[in-house]
Design a protein around this ligand. Structure first.
Ligand code: T1G
Length: 685
């Protein structure tokens, strides 16, 4: 049964797609669309066509699950050209998300109508691709070159209202979409010539008069697009739309599309698309486990983390009771939340009303008992087990039955914390990443006794607050921070043996990370977790802390910083490193970039394998989601485990064995990694 059906409404042929969940333009849909247009052409009584989709959304793009497999005819470029060539007006009726190939179908239609809530976009760059069915040629002709560049190079959608304003949508529809689309089709059924997007030229003039526009766009986005191949290809394809006739431009588009499709970045980003969606699935839970109802959230601690965590719920319209021990700390916490919202409003991303609404949902209090009517309580206090146990012990006496008790600990044992209550089944880890109102990642730490409905509630809540949640087991540092430990340990060792902070960080930045281990330490604070005893100097980090070099916040850390917080190599730090070389009798030697990769990135992969071996992550792709959304791992490399597969597991094992002597007595080579390398297997595919 074809997902495409047709029905007549007077002299309008309604072509409807029903291909859940997102009307992806798979083979059957493409075939059905061509047959429907042929049917419209052949039926003299048909004067116009409306293309509409059932379910949640208009076509959300090509079917990504078909990528990498032999493509079945008709290919999408054929389908869209067939639609545009129809001798009767074709109206695309848009709701939900007209994305990628879906927008290209709409662009090939002669008219586009949309409900105000619709979103229109070409997110192909997020899959390492570009719009490959005429989108880079038709979009600039319909919406203008500037808008097309913005939409296609960023991959971010625009709303129907903005689309209407730039001419991408011809009419906004209030009320029943199909009914109004048919009425619109009636209005235009005799209008000729048909407005074919590929033949429009007027909106290309702005770029022809200003050829520098493309280089300006490149420069303005250089930092954002750093390391990605696809955005530059998008610019080149849209440039071709301006410089060449349509037929030539569409050839250039095809060639650029095929180059990207055969590249490693596209494979990594398409892998990541599905990895992100798989992460939300929890294995081994009873079918139909129902989530608990979360109407009010309590947050203990109004510091950086407590405040950021609270904002997530306030922004999602969920009331928050925020508890602090001292009035000044409470006022500071609430004040920071308001300042953050006002900063967002000043950028036009929130209205003053919305700021008022969010702040109106916040109840700051010194009264711990005020948490008794919360459905979920998140503790964000000092990272110390005794403090956490004391807090959970108190919570146990005041929280209502069925309330979920969560800890925002970054490392500590959730089972031990849970054991300090009489209800360990209601205890879970919710590990937010700083800044908690910005970072998308949420590690949901599953304790030995955490109840299935508590887990399901946490995963669903993560979606409500726009987080990507990943389930982690109870081990020191869970997934992300646990893998950070071997990296930081080796990075420090490498300094002693001859590398400099700048060299190590350069290797990371060239790899595609936003920053290296030492820049990151300076940003987060070199003093995090430091014992604060300036007399006990056991390593370079202790020494820097004792010298008050706590990082950017002190203007000095592993680097020196100027008033604009720009880092520069520090002679003082070089001296400290030299002092420790003497102290630990370490001979300075030449360190290659490859050695840095082997001792810090390969060992991270190994730790990922140990995490899988221990069952502390459900699947390798979850580890990749953690690193991309929590630690800035470049998505065009897929994540540490996907990258390891791309590097080749035998090469990773070989590299680790080459460095094994330098990895220290505690280093353990993962049997899973060695086994897979030996068997020619991979982690992620
Ligand atoms: N192909 C195949 N499956 C898809 C899909 C797609 N395009 N989009 C979503 N799914 C699956 C998804 O894996 C999940 O499956 C289910 O649908 C629900 O998705 C030539 C080449 C539309 C905004 O990049 O952005 O067109 O996990 O959980 O949060 O130029 O899905 O349930 O088994 O994300 O409501 C361009 C990708 C393709 C859009 C809905 N299009 N999709 O979000 O649901 S390239 C895209 C999305 C292209 C042409 C080129 C989102 C969504 P499962 P979901 P959601």
């Amino acid at each position: 049964m074809s997902p495409i059906s047709t029905r007549r409404h007077d002299d309008v042929l309604i072509v409807a797609s029903n291909n859940p969940p997102v009307n992806a333009l798979g083979h059957a849909v493409r075939e059905g669309l061509v047959q429907a247009i042929d049917q419209a052409e052949a039926d003299e009584q048909v004067k116009a066509v409306v293309i509409i989709c059932e379910g949640n959304t208009f076509f959300a793009g090509a079917d990504i699950t078909e990528f990498g497999k032999p493509m079945q005819m008709p290919m999408l470029p054929i389908v869209v050209d067939r639609i545009e060539a129809c001798s009767k007006p074709v109206v695309a009726a848009i709701h939900g998300t007209a994305f990628g190939g879906g927008l290209e179908v709409a662009l090939a239609s002669h008219y586009r109508v949309a409900v105000p809530s619709a979103k229109l976009g070409v997110p192909e760059v997020k899959l390492g691709l570009l719009p490959g069915a005429g989108g880079t040629q038709r979009l600039p002709r319909v919406a203008g070159v500037g808008k097309a560049l913005e939409m296609a190079a960023s991959g971010n959608p625009i709303g129907a209202k903005e689309a209407y304003e730039c001419g991408l949508v011809d009419k906004l529809i209030e009320g029943d979409l199909e009914q109004h689309a048919v009425a619109f089709a009636h209005e235009v059924k005799d209008s000729r010539p048909l407005p074919k997007s590929s033949e429009r030229d007027e909106k290309l003039r702005e770029a022809r008069d200003n050829p520098g526009l493309f280089d300006e766009f490149r420069q303005a986005n250089a930092k954002k697009f750093r390391g990605f191949d696809a955005p530059e290809y998008v610019v080149r394809a849209i440039e071709a739309a301006v410089k060449a006739p349509y037929a030539e431009g569409v050839m250039t588009e095809r060639q650029l599309f095929m180059e990207l499709m055969s590249g490693t970045q596209a494979r990594a980003q398409q892998y990541f698309f599905f990895a992100e969606r798989k992460a939300s699935k929890i294995e081994g839970l009873p079918e139909n486990t129902q989530p608990r109802d979360i109407r009010r959230v309590g947050v203990i601690g109004a510091g950086t983390m407590g405040g950021g965590i609270s904002m997530n719920f306030l922004s999602a319209g969920i009331p928050v009771t925020m508890v602090e021990m001292a009035q000044d700390a409470l006022d500071r916490g609430a004040g920071t939340i308001r300042k953050n919202y006002e900063a967002t409003a000043s950028k036009g991303k929130m209205s003053a009303d919305q700021v008022g609404q969010a702040m109106g949902l916040l109840t700051p209090t010194l009264d711990f008992n005020a948490l008794s009517d919360c459905d979920l309580i998140i503790e964000a206090v000092f990272e110390n087990m005794d403090v956490k146990k004391e807090v959970f012990g108190r919570l146990d006496t005041i929280a209502k039955p069925g309330a979920i008790l969560a800890s925002n600990t970054s490392y500590l044992d959730i089972d031990e914390i849970a054991a300090s209550t009489s209800r360990p089944q209601d205890v879970v880890g919710l590990h937010f990443f700083s800044p908690a109102n910005i970072m998308k990642l949420l590690e949901v730490v599953r304790g030995a006794k955490t109840a299935p409905d508590v887990l399901v509630t946490a995963m669903q809540l993560a979606k409500r607050i726009r987080k990507v949640a990943v389930v982690a087991g109870v081990c020191y540092g869970f997934i992300g921070n646990r893998m950070l430990i071997p990296r930081q340990t080796q990075a420090m060792r490498l300094l002693l043996e001859g590398a400099t902070p700048e060299q190590v960080d350069r290797v990371y930045v060239e790899f595609g990370m936003p920053m290296g281990p030492f820049q990151m330490a300076d940003l987060a604070g070199v003093d995090i977790g430091w014992h604060r005893d300036t007399n006990r100097i056991e390593n370079i980090r202790d020494k820097l802390c004792a010298m008050d070099r706590w990082g950017q916040k002190k203007g000095a850390g592993f680097y020196d910083y100027d008033e604009k917080r720009r880092p520069s190599p520090s002679p003082a730090v070089a001296e400290v490193i030299e002092e420790f070389r003497r102290r630990e009798n370490v001979e300075k030697r030449e360190i290659s970039d490859q050695e840095i990769v082997e001792r810090t990135l390969y060992t991270m992969v190994n730790e990922g394998a140990l995490i899988l071996e221990g069952g502390f992550a459900q699947r390798a792709s979850d580890i990749d989601v953690v690193w991309v959304y929590g630690y800035g791992w470049p998505v065009y490399r897929g994540g540490p485990m996907f990258w390891a597969d791309t590097e080749g597991l035998p090469k990773i094992v070989e590299g680790i064995r080459r460095q094994q002597e330098r990895l220290g007595p505690d280093f353990k080579l993962s049997e899973l990694l060695v086994g897979k390398a030996g068997a020619g297997e991979k982690f992620t595919r």
